[in-house]
Design a protein around this ligand. Sequence first.
Ligand code: COA
Length: 260
Amino acid sequence: MSYNNLILEQNNGIATITINRPSKLNALNKETIQELHNAFASCDEDAATQVIIITGSGEKAFVAGADISEFANFDIEQGGQLAAKGQELLFDFIENLGTPVIAAVNGFALGGGLELAMSCHFRVASDTAKMGLPEVSLGVIPGYGGTQRLPQLIGKGRAMEMIMTAGMIDANQAMRYGLVNHVQNQDDLIPFCEKIAIKIMRNSSVAISASIRAINAGFEDGVNGYEAEVNEFGSCFGTEDFKEGTTAFLEKRKADFPGK
Ligand code: COA
């Protein structure tokens, strides 16, 4: 598959997706959102890909938001559709992907850019990164899940303040808030994410996917997360990975999981 706005590299179980529109600070236009959906879907289907890292090209931006030039003339219906389609195609899709996704936030992550990072399973930032949801400065609100995921990640009061002020926080403040898990200098960002990916790949990919489903269940309306956990836990007992993991432990050797 070829992409106009992305670079997809696959090495030793790790797929790195780089959003590549540096002249527009990697802003998410319609085509890029569709291409990201296709790239995530193909990596998820690919048995050899165990972890996905997403980042932005250039040193300045992860993603500076949704492409403002594309929606500036939209009416009410088109605005609603923009949010609904984007959430379904990309943001909810990534959150519920069975393959772990790490956001390597290498610069500005604003609006749809921060929403993209927040839909990933966790985030690592460069010390140059700046994050914010500036939508109210444009007369609109975050529409790709930002009003939901930001309070989940950093708490309601902090999210209210960030959204109302349209302000940006730097990487260290993002770490204090729990929005990113680690801060690295720019050159070390991708190697550091790869080191985490290697740790993840030592474990059962089947159990990791089940963990993602159970964790996400707790944030779903009308779903009992504890019940989802019981069901996922039970299902693990029927997998080859469970046999291998427990047998390896009892035989005092490292587990050799077959992958997905
Ligand atoms: N949508 C469309 N184009 C964007 C964009 C976006 N969200 N963010 C940046 N760009 C474009 C700029 O229009 C400019 O294009 P041009 O060279 O053709 O004029 C190019 O990217 C570089 O951006 P510029 O603003 O010149 O860089 P800067 O260093 O002065 O400022 C930012 C960087 C990130 C502070 C600034 O670009 C910005 O505020 N972007 C919008 C952020 C935003 O509101 N996002 C939420 C959208 S819902």
